[in-house]
Design a protein around this ligand. Sequence first.
Ligand code: C2O
Ligand code: CU
Length: 671
Amino acid sequence: MFEPLENADTTVAALLFLVYWFIGYRIGQLANLSPLDAQRSARRILAWIRVGFGLFVLRLASIGWLWTYGWDFAENRVWVSLPLVTLPLVAVVIWSMPRLRRIVGGSDVDRLDPKLVVPAQVMAVGGLLTVWVGFVSRPVPPHFDDLLTHGGPLVLVTALLWLRQFRRKAVTRSMRARVLTAVAGFVAIIGLITGSIIYGLSASRLPDHMSMMDHNLVDYGGGLPTSHSARTSVDTLTGPRDLAPDKTFTVTAEAAKIQLSSGRTLDGWTYNGGTPGPEIRVKEGDLVEIKLINKLPDVNVTLHWHGLDVPNAEDGVAGLTQDAVPNGGSHTYRFRAEQVGSFWYHTHQASSEAVVKGLFGSLIVEPRDKPAVEDIAVMSHVWHVGDEQVSAFGTKDTLERKRIKPGTPVLIRLTNTGVNPADDIISTQFVLSGTPFRVTAIDGTPVNGPTELHDTLMELANGGRYDLSFTMPDGPVRLADLNAPDAGLLLEPNDGGPVPALPEEPPAFDPLSYGTPTTTKINAGTNFDRRFKLIMDDGLNFHDGVFGLLPMINGTQFPDTPTLMVRENEVIQTTLINRSHEVHPMHLHGHHALVLSRNGVPSTGSPWWTDTLDVRPGEIFEIAFVADNPGVWMDHCHNLEHARNGMVMHLAYEGVTSPYHVGHKSGNQPE
Ligand code: C2O
Ligand code: CU
């Protein structure tokens, strides 16, 4: 509901602008009419002003409704938009309306009086500025600068209109002159818009070279300022380097033709010739060494261990923790697999293109004494085949059948590696049917006391993971991605039975209340050292040569986004507020965060630890984490398109610096 409401509010703002623009025009024309015509026109104008009032009241209602989602969703409308239209409206009421009534009553009124004419025109400008607020500028608190950027233009335009009206004489212009002015005005506006777009596209281009340490905006979250004086380079924050590894892997990035099970083919990028890449499966506590070799012509690559909180230097972020590996180069990663669970790896170089093309694979850390289960990793991906977006499990975009003996314990490790195709409002939706099951882990962290679920809709963030556990029943079990319901995975006790139907409108799984509570090292009552507030918006904007409705964090885009500064061992609280029109799967590297509440409702189930959290439009999440992994970390939206379009920030520990550079000529482009 939030998203249509948000759109309705901006639509009413646009209508308010149009109606007052029309009124302003008609009031301006009064002076050119005969007294009788003016009388008639004034009556109609008064009627239109009443329509305008109606719209204003509607606007108050929509803002009030937005407020019910939380003050954060209404505050910029209240502080910035309302004054822009309320003040001129007051002037309309106390100056214009009495004069209009006198004209209607036949009295002699100076129809060139600025007090009669200008308020409605200013109201139109104010209305336009509120459309700007809703659609383009999306102001965030504190609003001092908005006084200048939004109030300033209104004051200036008022002065100009007043001056113009003050010096104006009554004239009757010929039709031809009026058409000419209108055409000239139209051409000027189109020219201005085209000019600003061309300028914006080139001016928004990111620099060729830029240090990730150039923090334009530093956020201390209300805690003590930190300094960079200690100067530890991220390069020193490595995994164990001198011990012999327990497991070694070699992963080679190379181009390959990818064939989906339907027969569709595409030119992809792979690790070791296939995609998903080789499954990296290790045991808890293993010292893992992975050598990355790049054989992709003209494409740089890295390996990032999504969800595994490795030391900073092993995190694989191009331009932040390493230089991306060029063609012919290699890079060796080493870390101890300390968390047990389901993770995945992918390149963190030009990821919005490269991950989509196939540079990812699954990373599984098994417990030392692993129970005997049928362990199935499912990587749900969206392939771009020409203009078509194809949802698949790995490369299977048709139904895959797998035979499993009844009574076998099954663990499905479901990972969402794709960027949603059709509808960005919802995360990817999966349904597991045919058996009761439990969600035994979320984002690689076990759920405490998971309860049994039946026919449940599983919404999974891009980058997120669910472990689904059950005992194979006597009948078939079906896992489907609702974007491609005919594909999916069918587990069956015998070969070739009919495909069971999917449940209609299954209830949605909600991690906020799922499982059993237990004590955690931090909770809502913790004394937090810092509190960060991240407001996500979207507006018509430019970023690095792209123009469109682009995402913003606290009114900014990378590299102007805030860098969250912390000290080691501090406890941090973060509030994520989504005022935009799309879901944002927010992913903080190097840490797992505990969800404290959603929309003010505290978490009541198992502690919900997450590394990739879907924040939907109209939602507010409070999360907390312990700053226990020093470094400079990526914190970004895992809709990789959004990351590409500037939805990226950093979490930086006091004293840690990165020697690497990003930018078009640096070879490093993490997003
Ligand atoms: Cu899955 Cu910053 O990444
Ligand atoms: Cu996003």
